[in-house]
Write a protein that binds this ligand. Sequence first.
Ligand code: ADP
Ligand code: ZN
Ligand code: ZN
Length: 677
Amino acid sequence: MTILRVALDIPLPRLFDYSSDDALPEDIGRCVRVPFGNREKIGVIVALVATSEQAPDKLKLAGEILRGLPSLPSDWLALTEFCSCYYQRPLGEVMAMALPPHLRRGKLPRRKAQSVAEGKKRGAASVELGGEGGYPLPILPKLLPEQARAVTEIAASFGRYAAFLLHGITGSGKTEVYLRLIEQTLAQGRQALMLVPEIALTPQLEGRVATRFPNARVVSAHSGMAEAARARGFVDALEGQVDIVLGTRLSVFTPLSRLGLIVVDEEHDASFKQQEGLRYSARDVAVWRAHQCGVPIVLGSATPSLETFHQARQDGGRYRLLELSRRAVAAAPPVVRCIDTRREKLQDGMSAALLAAIAIRLERGEQSLIFLNRRGYAPVLACPACGWISRCRRCAANLVVHLADRRLRCHLCGIEESIPKSCPGCGNLDIHPFGRGTQRLEENFAARFPAARLLRVDRDSASTPAKWQAILEIIHGGRADILIGTQMLAKGHDFPLLTLVGVVGADAALFAADFRAPERLFSQLLQVGGRSGRAALPGEVLIQTEYPAHPLYQALLTHDYARFAATQLDERRAAGFPPFTFQALLRAEAKHLEAAITFLKMAAELARTLLPEGVSIYDPVPMRLYRVMALERAQLLAESTNRPALQVFLTTWAEQLYKLKTPHDLRWHLDVDPLEF
Ligand code: ADP
Ligand code: ZN
Ligand code: ZN
C-alpha cells in the first residue's frame, strides 16, 4: 500500500492523505478521485509518502487515478507551490485555479479532428519554420538599430535566466522585437510564452502571430474562451504539442516542458493582477517562472510600472533596460497641449478650443476621439430640493444613470432599478442627472454636430466580443467621425484616420486617495494619445484641465515618461510607498463592519506577538469602498522594506490566522503586493 498526498480545492492550508493499492511514482502530478466528507472530490497527487500523520485505520482509500493524460510536470507543481507560499493561499486552491475547469472536474477534452499524419507534419514543420512548404514566408522589415540591439542582447541570454525591460513608445516596434525573438526560440525547438493584458487585444495579436508563423502550433488561453477549447490548449501543451502560447494572465500556468522565452507585453497593466481568489500578479509569477526554467523574460511597455522601472534603472538592478526611443514607421509623435478650463465657461463640459478642433476634423473627414473614462449617462441622479441622491442599497457607491435604457445601475454589484419619476425622498418631480458620462457626451455631441456620425465605445456598447469587433470595423472603415470612449479605446489599436484626441474629466485622478492613480492616469493618457496620428496624418492631443501646470501634464507635453517616473519615484521614496517598501493587506468582510474590524484587531494583536524586526503593522481601517454587495469590508496593512522578512512574517501569521475562530459570516484573505486599496 502507498499513501498519496493530495492537494484539494479546500480553503485550508494543508494537504490530504489517502491510501492506494495501485499508485506509481509517475502518478505524481496526476488527478485522482477521492472521498471527502460524503462527497467525491478531484485533487492533484503531489507526493507518494511512506507514513502519514493520520492513523492508518483512519486513512481513506483513494478512488481512480486519472491516467488519461500525462502527469503535470514537476516544474508545474513547483510553480503552483511557489504561488501557494508567496500569496499565502492553500496549494489545492492554487492548483484548482491554474487548471482549466474541465480538467479539474476530471473531464478529458476531445481530440481535434486531425489526422496523425497531419499532426506529425505540423509538428516537424514548426521547427523548420515554414520549411520548403507552399506557405510564402512573410517579408520582414529591416530592424532599426535599437531594435536590432535589443534582439541581439536578449538572444544572447537564451538558455539562461535574464530579465529585460523593453521600454518603447507605442509603435516603436516592440512587438516586432518579440516576434524576432520568438522566431529564434522556435528555431531552437523551444517554446515561447507571451502574456498580454486584455482579451480584447488577443485576436489582433493572434492574427499577427499566425501570419508570421504559419506553421507553428499556437495556443490561445484566456478566460473568455469556451471551457473545452481552453482545456484542449492546456492538454496540447501538457503533451508537448505546442510552440507558442498567447494569452492573458492565467496562461502563465500553461505547462511547457521546452520553454525558451517569456514575453509580458504591456507589463504595467493592472489586469495582470488577479483581484480575487489567488491574488497573483501574472507578471511577477512569469519572472519567477523564467528564473525557475532558466530562460530570458522580456517585460515590454511604453509606460512601465514604477516597480519594474525602478528595478531597471538602479545600478545593479534586477532588470536590464533596453530602450526603443522612436517610432518604427516614420510619424511624428502627436502634439500635446493643455486647455486651461479655469478661464472659460464650458459648453456641455467642452471648451471652445476642443470644439473647434473637432469641427476642423469633421471638415477634413478625419476622426476625433473624446476620452472620458466614465461610462453611463451621469454618475448620479439627485434631487436639488431635499438633497436625495441615487445610492446603491448594497454598496458604498452611487447608482449611475443609464438613460439609454432608462435604468439606474450600480457599477460595483450590477444591481439596477428603473429611474424614478419623482424624488423618492420628497416627491419633487424635478430631479436631475448630475455630472457627465459617455452617454451624455454622446447626446451633447449629437445636438452640436448633427451631421457627424457618432460612435460610443465603452463596456456598455461593446459588451460582447462580436459588438467590439463590429465597433473596430466601423472605426477602421472610416464610418464614424467622433468616437466617445473610455479606456477600452486606449490600448493597442491603430486607427489611421484618427488625428485628434480630446481628454476630458481626467483631473480627479491627480488627487485621488490611491497613490497609484497618477501612474495609471499617465499611462492611460500616453496610450490614448498614441492612438492619434499613427499613419500619414499628424496627431494632436488636447487635455482639458484646471491644473495645466501639474507635473504629470507637463511630462505628457514632452512625452517624457522618464521624467514623470523620476518625480513619482521621488514622491514614493519620500512617502515610503512601493517600490521602496513591500506591502500586504489582510482584508476581512462581514455583514457588519464591526465584525470585520474586530477580527482585524485580533489579527493585529496576533501579528504584534510575531512581528520580526523591520516589519510594521498598521491599524485596521474600513476600506474606501467599505460596502460592496451588502458586505462591509475593512483592511489591515503590513509593510516592510525587506521582502524576505515580510514573507517570513506572512507565513507564520497566516498559519495562525487559519486557526482563529471567526464568526460564521466572516471571510478574510491576504493580498500580497496589493494594487488596490
Ligand atoms: P509596438 O509593439 O511598440 O507598438 P510594433 O512592433 O507593433 O510596435 O510596430 C509598429 C508598426 O511598425 C507595425 O506596423 C510594424 O509592422 C512596423 N514596424 C516595426 N518595426 C519595423 C521596422 N524595423 N521597419 C519597418 N516597420 C516596422
Ligand atoms: Zn427630494
Ligand atoms: Zn451596488
